[in-house]
Ligand binder design. Structure first.
Ligand code: FAD
Ligand code: UDP
Length: 414
């Protein structure tokens, strides 16, 4: 008998599994249909031995001390400030657009005040900043919008920026100083031994059983549990009752090269050339030393694994209908980027999961994210059935075989 069946072993599911087990002594079965934990943050060594992020570059950054301290229980950190260059007009220039971007692009020697005046002279003021086009054009004008944002956004989303909520391009600031960091959050770091190791540490608890390669629908009728935490796509949970919610997908093409470094920074964006949007060289992120280097090219796709909710008003309307259904479904908590249809970063998902946990146990979030029971209850340990233990052992064996056999895919349920 489990207290909670948790669907999805990404940040949302793993934080809740950890909290419910370690904080509240609950017995948890954590299920994922992928052959690994970590969700989209999963990382692993490729066949050349380079640590890669299987689902694209994941850079940790947050302004929340609480989130940072919570995760710090499970990992040490490597200080890392993310820097990105954009390939524009035959040059690699800093993005977010800053003072150096403008000087480099136009061969100028402006200072901060002058560049602010320059932006003012080219900006097209908007009364209402509603769309992703409005955000950029009203700040830096049409020419820079077209050089940096229009093409990239059309590739990434299959939509024109004028069709997307302002929050999409508003993620990327504009600066008048020389700060070329992609993020300006207080905490910026990468898990020292990778994300997967951090997840392993989170989930290393006697009350947590993990079942991989398993869609929860295959077992939901067989398992005895009290409540459900669901972190998969919300429309899928309700069998697409109101029609599918649009998600954007990506195809990741990895390339390992026989040279130590390829790019000057971790990520190079290609707003106007190529079918891919950006190229990431992982060793910049991970700090790994290796004679070879692995890069990933991201090709946006309409079909495939759901990676990005698509922020625009009509999708929000559709989501609201699913949200109403979710709220009226008893004993099920919907958490995470897919289940709440929010373009959330990892830290926002952690914060959301900690809030859900705090509500469950009736504590304030700050308190709930810290409480740890001294030892798991004997009853909880004894209650883990032999059947599930056996299944879980099989899943663990499969995961080990998979790890040993590199990227070889296991047939579902094989
Ligand atoms: P997921 O990680 O998607 O986990 C959900 C899990 O549920 C999946 O493993 C899935 O297999 C499982 N699941 C779904 N349905 C079922 C089912 N029926 N049965 C069993 N299992 C199921 N955030 C940052 O903060 N910084 C970054 O740099 C960053 N870069 C990103 C780059 C890319 C390309 C993408 C796609 C995302 C990026 N993110 C980044 C966002 C980050 O990935 C998410 O915020 C976070 O991983 C979401 O966690 P989650 O648990 O909500 O969802
Ligand atoms: N964007 C752009 N050009 C860039 C970088 C970003 O047009 O060089 C836009 C694009 O629409 C992108 C959004 O800003 O989807 C958010 O960028 P971010 O780097 O945050 O995307 P993510 O890492 O979430 O894919």
């Amino acid at each position: 008998m489990f207290d909670y069946l948790i669907v999805g072993a990404g940040f949302a599911g793993s934080v809740l599994a950890e909290r419910l087990a370690r904080g509240a002594g609950k017995r948890v079965l954590l299920v994922d249909r992928r052959p690994h934990i970590g969700g989209n943050a999963y990382d692993r060594h490729d066949s050349a031995g380079v640590l890669i992020h299987q689902y694209g570059p994941h850079i940790f950054h947050t302004n929340s001390r609480e989130v940072f301290e919570y995760l710090s229980q499970f990992t040490e950190w490597r200080p890392y400030e993310h820097r990105v260059r954009a390939s524009v007009d035959g040059q690699l220039v800093p993005i977010p657009i800053n003072l150096d971007t403008i000087n480099q692009l136009y061969g100028l020697k402006l200072n901060s005040m002058e560049v602010e005046k320059f932006f003012e002279s080219v900006a097209e003021p908007r009364e209402n900043v509603r769309t992703s086009e409005d955000v950029v054009v009203s700040r830096v004008g049409r020419e820079l919008y077209e050089k940096f944002f229009r093409g990239y956004t059309r590739k990434q989303w299959g939509l024109d920026p004028s069709q997307l909520d302002s929050m999409v391009t508003a993620r990327v600031p504009v600066r008048t100083n020389r700060d070329d960091r992609y993020f300006s959050d207080t905490y910026q770091a990468m898990p020292l031994h990778g994300y997967t190791r951090m997840f392993e540490n989170m989930l290393d608890h006697e009350n947590i059983k993990i079942l991989l390669n398993c869609d929860y629908r295959e077992i939901v009728e067989e398992v005895d549990y009290d409540k459900l935490v669901y972190t998969g796509p919300v429309d899928e949970f309700f069998d697409f009752r109101y029609g599918p919610l649009p998600y954007r997908s990506l195809d990741f093409k990895f390339e390992t090269v026989n040279q130590e470094w390829v790019q000057p920074v971790a990520v190079v964006n290609y707003p106007n050339e190529h079918l891919y949007t950006r190229v990431t060289e992982f060793k910049h992120l991970t700090g790994q030393e290796h004679k070879k280097s692995t890069l990933v090219y991201e090709y946006p796709m309409a079909e495939g694994d759901p990676y990005y909710p698509v922020p625009r008003p009509e999708n929000q309307e559709l989501y609201k209908k699913y949200q109403a259904l979710a709220e009226s479904t008893q004993d099920v908590h919907f958490v995470g980027r897919l289940a709440t249809y929010k373009y959330y970063n990892m830290d926002q998902v952690v914060a959301q999961a900690l809030s859900v946990y705090a509500r469950i146990v009736g504590q304030k979030r700050a308190e709930a994210s810290r409480t740890t029971l001294a030892v798991p209850t004997a009853a909880a340990v004894a209650a883990v059935t032999t059947t599930v233990t056996a299944t879980v052992a099989t899943a663990a064996r499969k995961e080990r075989r998979r790890a040993v056999g590199g990227t070889r895919k296991l047939a579902k349920g094989a």
